[in-house]
Ligand binder design. Structure first.
Ligand code: CMC
Length: 426
């Protein structure tokens, strides 16, 4: 199958690539050479496929999300986070023995050099944990300087278990530093999720008891966040890694990309927005009007998605889960009612309906994080903990497929040539 374009009186045939779910793409890799200079322009890459990938499939019209062919609904209901991480990274669900080995190898690599604490000490307590986590992840490069030989299965595997082991420690340390708590190295006898909870919340003078409701809710949330194909942070990880910068450098860049409020930072922004509405008397209509006013920069945070134009399947699961978790924990959070009120109004409002704006993964997740006792500034760090296997899987696939360095073109619209002018004449 081909697509043809006409330019300057000449016709060019371009092959069309078809994906396993019948998605089509015009392969323009020969376009510039064949046409002697023509490129495509696609702000925000709204129409551009940057790669062929076998990791995650999503259909924005039908609200489908699958990891390696498995439906997100089934995984969220039945799987463990580490099992999903293995699936995303290596392509298949692990056997019991494979999963145990993966977990053991991660535990063996979960120590972080004591000197990293000195770096952490340099940050003010007021620092946002995402900035701290991004910096500490980057610092890991200095403590693990060897580059990964991507042609060696063993080298790749070691790099993967290292980052899976150390990243949660850094996230927990970012929180503990903020809370003025001593740093903890976790507990090898626990599962991956329970260990994260203990590392974050164990008080120095108290035993930490795992609450199964909290543990299971976090497991589900992290699975729902684990990958989302070529989103802003995954694309960042791939493009940084495409220069053959190492895995830690690529993940650190991914954390920075995730931080922004249009991406993962939206979960923090949603709770702050809901709180502000509550403080303002709960007048949701006023905020709906602000969101629709083109002269007002306010956006309804947690609404809209580049790909989902019908519903976000993750948001559906999280909304249901929010009711269950708050019920199980005996928590009544007035912002949950405000959120539901906003959703109802938006779904009946032409502005949102016409633009196909629906609640996304971040709309209800913060309400659950809050119920689990996680401070607001840590919400995006929780997202990063969930997204880590997705970033690793994207990086690994990109390197194994020997993708070329990511280097877009541009259309130059600046000044044309002008001679240098001496400073005395300016
Ligand atoms: N509130 C009000 N209007 C909105 C919103 C919103 N949340 N989102 C989009 N719009 C409007 C936008 O103003 C534009 O209107 P018009 O056509 O009249 O100019 C139209 O809808 C299309 O928006 P867009 O910004 O061109 O769409 P996009 O695909 O570039 O952006 C988005 C997608 C998620 C960045 C955007 O919907 C947004 O800013 N949402 C709020 C932030 C948010 O919740 N982000 C989390 C995304 S999901 C998790 C993740 O990615 O990590």
């Amino acid at each position: 199958m081909n697509a043809s374009i006409e330019f300057n009186g000449n016709k060019y045939e371009l092959p069309v690539v078809k994906g396993s779910e019948n998605e089509h793409a015009i392969d323009i890799s020969t376009l510039r050479v064949a046409t002697k200079g023509l490129i495509t322009l696609d702000r925000g890459y709204k129409n551009t496929g940057s790669c062929e990938s076998g990791i995650t499939f999503l259909d924005g019209e039908k609200g489908i999300l699958r990891y390696r062919g498995y439906a997100i609904e089934e995984l969220a209901e039945n799987a463990g986070f580490l099992e999903v991480a293995y699936l995303l990274i290596f392509g298949e669900l692990p056997s019991k023995a494979e999963l145990e080995k993966f977990h053991q190898d991660i535990k063996n690599e979960s120590q972080v050099d004591e000197d990293v604490k000195k770096i952490l000490d340099g940050f003010p307590k007021s620092a946002h944990p995402m900035g701290v986590v991004s910096s500490l992840t980057s610092a890991l490069i200095a403590f693990n300087p060897g580059s990964v030989n991507v042609d060696s299965k063993e080298d790749m595997y070691q790099a993967i278990v290292k980052i899976m082991g150390k990243f949660p420690v850094l996230c927990a340390w970012a929180l503990r530093k903020k809370a003025g708590q001593p740093l903890d190295y976790g507990d090898d006898s626990l599962g991956y999720i329970d260990n994260i909870l203990k590392m974050m919340f164990k008080k120095p003078n108290q035993e930490y008891k795992i609450n199964p409701v909290v543990s299971s809710a976090l497991n589900k949330l992290l699975i729902l966040h684990a990958d989302h194909e070529q989103n802003c942070s995954a694309s960042t990880v791939r493009i940084v890694g495409s220069s053959h910068a190492g895995l830690f450098a690529s993940i650190s860049a991914g954390v920075s990309a995730l931080w922004g409020p249009l991406h993962g930072g939206a979960n923090q922004a949603v709770i702050e927005m809901l709180e502000a509405i509550k403080e303002d008397g709960g007048d949701t209509k006023k905020y709906m009007a602000k969101a629709k006013d083109k002269d007002d920069p306010f956006r309804l945070m947690g609404f809209g998605h580049r790909v989902y134009k019908n519903f976000d399947p993750r948001a559906k699961i999280i909304k249901k889960s929010a009711d269950e978790v708050l019920g199980d924990l005996g928590i009544q959070d007035p912002v949950l009612d405000i959120a539901k009120g906003l959703e109802k109004e938006a779904l009946e409002d032409n502005y949102f309906v016409d633009r196909k704006l629906y609640p996304n993964v971040d709309f209800y997740s913060g309400i659950i994080y809050r119920a689990l006792g996680i401070p607001t500034e840590m919400f995006t760090v929780m997202f990063a903990l969930g997204r880590l296997p997705g970033w690793i899987a994207q990086w690994r696939e990109m390197r194994l497929m020997k993708e070329p360095i990511g280097r877009p073109r541009q259309i130059y619209v600046g000044e044309t040539y002008r001679p240098y002018m001496e400073i005395s004449n300016r």
